[in-house]
Ligand binder design. Structure first.
Ligand code: 4NP
Length: 155
């Protein structure tokens, strides 16, 4: 298999997918995996913006600085450039299928599909909730990132 390249996708690319990217980078470093990793949104409202301050804060509390990340929208080239496109929720996954160009080489999945007992689950959108929601997001993306990295290490 070609060297895996992983793209995490949520709606705005300012809360869940940057946190999934950060948690996955931490896990890759821990395992000694040198992979191409990025995140993007299905929507374009926040393109060019840094992650939500609450997402930056939860990442910082967990030892990761994501202040330099900038939101971008998924594009056709992503379907060729990445071997794995990992959606944070079911709506994102449905949208990714709907906008996919004709020839797709990437494997599409839900992040929590990779976690035993959580297949089909979505990572809840914390954007309209309170700060505690971001701790739940961090726990979910960490579980997903750890399981995905373990899977790819064996690929
Ligand atoms: P994300 O969260 O998809 O996890 O980045 C959201 C960010 C912004 C909006 C919705 C969800 N919004 O409606 O602007």
């Amino acid at each position: 298999m070609a060297q895996p390249a992983v793209l995490f996708v949520c709606l705005g690319n300012i809360c869940r997918s940057p946190l999934a990217e950060a948690a996955f980078r931490v896990e890759c470093q821990r395992l000694g995996l040198d992979l191409q990793v990025d995140s993007a949104g299905t929507g374009d409202w926040h393109v060019g913006k840094p992650p939500d301050p609450r997402a930056q804060a939860v990442a910082r509390r967990n030892g990761v600085d994501i202040s330099g990340y900038r939101a971008r929208q998924v594009c056709d080239a992503d379907y060729q450039r990445y071997t794995h496109i990992v959606a944070l929720d079911k709506d994102n996954l449905a949208d990714l299928h709907a906008i996919a160009p004709p020839a797709v080489s990437a494997e599409l999945s839900l992040l929590l599909d990779h976690v035993a007992g959580r297949q089909g689950d979505s990572v809840a959108d914390p954007y309209f909730g309170d700060d505690e929601g971001f701790d739940v997001t961090w726990a979910d993306v960490t579980a997903g990132a750890q399981a995905l990295a373990k899977h790819l290490r064996g690929a």
